[in-house]
Design a protein around this ligand. Structure first.
Ligand code: AHR
Length: 506
């Protein structure tokens, strides 16, 4: 039996956690919108065609903010196509995914969906085929109260009150050769600066994110962030990171190392942003938005990305997640929480069907993929201050030159409710005794203890077996300020304590 020791002191705080790290992403791609969140005629659909079963699962997932409408789709999108009477909306070729876009779902439908789901919208403006002019008009359409062309157009479309969208992304993956109208860092940095400026002139209250590299493996990674921020530093609040995780070696030990890679990526981007700040002698800190992340490697062939004949809402990248993917997602969530001082937003890509946490069948049921569970638990219990813990654990050899800690953990303390929550990922193939020394919390008691474990790392949830991988209760005990739990090999564990006497019930 392995042993690991954690020390958590309520006074040693990394940062309060920004709940926007529990965001997801809805793109006009494959069956994410059509057949995912929107399916008129589905037995659970409401009068607006919004699938009730997907709405219920989105609420259960605990998504806080949802990015829309893309993704690569964004770089060819005209927002004007998706507003106004549906019969008059144009059908267009979507060059990003080789599909036909009917525009029957657009901005106002998405806002209606966000309200029903109880999430905040995160909108993106097209800086591929378009630029500052359309972006400023779009902010005017969404956020200006009335009395101008675009705000009155929104009112004429049935939305008297402004949508008040706060969080905006300036384009998507603009360094990628696959992007419609790819740009150099100099081209993008300049247009991002000017677009941000005019968007803010329309609505000074908005928060703006510049595009970082499409991923850490891009040849221009690092230079891109630096050169873009050199140009738009004064106008933006965030820089984005995108990362999809792969099990290339087909071996769980090396698969786990993607979590450390992400931690490096986060620290590298923060360092580059701070270097730009230092050169300007600026106290401003650019925050990080990991606005696309997930496991994605099984459904990554050319035929998964595009179907012939310009179909409407084809099945694209419908990755089926297994138990080991859920462990990776749990590890990523721990990493996001432990970097709470710089990562203030993140979006699991995507919400439904397309590398989705939720899967649906047309006219049929919706179910939770394995990765749904760690995300839902983290969102439910990941609240308050992230604590700077001390962790003593053994390590294992992941690759020739890489050793990884057996235990990854994050401890949060919610001062409002008195809850103390431990998220613990046991990456070892052996069971582990975990002890947590709790300092400064007063008397505590265990409120909930759940684990996600399956003997088969490849076990998946399917339509016929939707709960093959699901959280189960586990044992945890508290004696003299020490929490103890014996956790399964290869397991994700969540233990919630009540401290200080003012905790609400779960
Ligand atoms: O999420 C799928 C795609 O992955 C997005 O459209 C793009 O931004 C990324 O490359």
């Amino acid at each position: 039996m392995l042993t690991s020791r954690i020390v958590a002191d309520r006074d040693f705080i990394v940062s309060p956690l920004d709940r926007r790290v529990f965001g997801t992403f809805v793109e006009h791609m494959g069956r994410c919108v059509y057949g995912g969140i929107y399916e008129p005629g589905h037995p659970t659909a409401d009068a607006n065609g919004l699938r009730g079963d997907v709405l219920a699962l989105t609420r259960e997932l605990g998504a806080t903010i949802v990015r829309y409408p893309g993704g690569n789709f964004l770089s060819g999108y005209n927002w004007e196509d998706g507003v106004g009477p549906k019969a008059q909306r144009p059908t267009r070729l979507d060059l990003a995914w080789g599909s036909t876009e009917t525009n029957q779902f657009g901005t106002n439908e998405f806002i209606t969906w966000c309200k029903a789901a109880g999430v905040e919208p995160m909108f993106a403006v097209n800086l591929g085929t378009r630029g500052p002019d359309e972006a400023r008009h779009f902010v005017e359409y969404c956020n200006h109260p009335g009395g101008t062309h675009y705000s009155d157009l929104r009112r004429a479309h049935g939305f008297e009150e402004p949508h008040g969208i706060k969080f905006w992304c300036l384009g998507n993956e603009m360094d990628g050769p696959w992007q419609i109208c790819q740009k150099t860092a100099a081209e993008y940095g300049r247009v991002a600066q000017e677009t941000a400026k005019v968007m803010r002139w329309v609505d000074p209250s908005i928060t703006l994110t510049a595009c970082g590299s499409s991923n850490r493996a891009m040849p221009t990674f690092g230079h891109w962030e630096h050169d873009v921020l050199e140009r738009c530093f004064d106008q933006v609040d965030f820089i984005s990171l995108h990362q999809y995780f792969r099990n290339d070696a087909g071996d769980i030990k090396s698969y786990f190392s993607v979590i450390e890679d992400l931690d490096c990526f986060i620290k590298e981007v923060a360092a580059i942003a701070d270097a730009v700040a230092a050169k300007r002698r600026s106290p401003k800190r650019i925050m990080l938005s990991l606005d696309e992340w997930n496991v994605w490697y099984k459904a990554h062939n050319a035929s998964d990305l595009r179907k012939p004949g310009w179909p409407r809402a084809p099945k694209l990248i419908e990755e089926v997640y297994n138990f080991e993917d859920a462990l990776i997602v749990g590890g990523v969530l721990i990493t996001l929480m432990n970097n709470a001082d710089r990562v203030k937003a993140a979006c699991l890509a995507q919400l439904v069907n397309v590398i989705g946490a939720i899967m649906t069948e047309e006219g049929g049921p919706a179910w939770r993929q394995t990765i749904f569970h760690p995300f839902a638990q983290a969102s439910r219990f990941g609240r308050g201050n992230v604590l700077r813990t001390r962790i003593e654990t053994e390590s294992f050899q992941a690759a020739a030159l890489q050793t990884l800690d057996n235990l990854l953990a994050s401890v949060l303390h919610d001062e409002e409710t008195g809850r103390v929550t431990l998220f613990a990922l046991n990456r070892a193939d052996q069971a582990m005794n975990i002890s947590v020394e709790l300092r400064g919390f007063g008397a505590c008691e265990v409120m909930a203890a759940e684990m996600l474990h399956h003997d088969d790392l490849k076990a998946a949830n399917t339509k016929l077996e939707p709960d093959a991988v699901a959280p189960r209760k586990m044992e945890a005990s508290l004696h003299a300020d020490v929490l103890r739990a014996a956790v399964q090999p290869h397991s994700w564990n969540v233990i919630v304590l009540k401290s200080g006497g003012n905790a609400s019930s779960l």
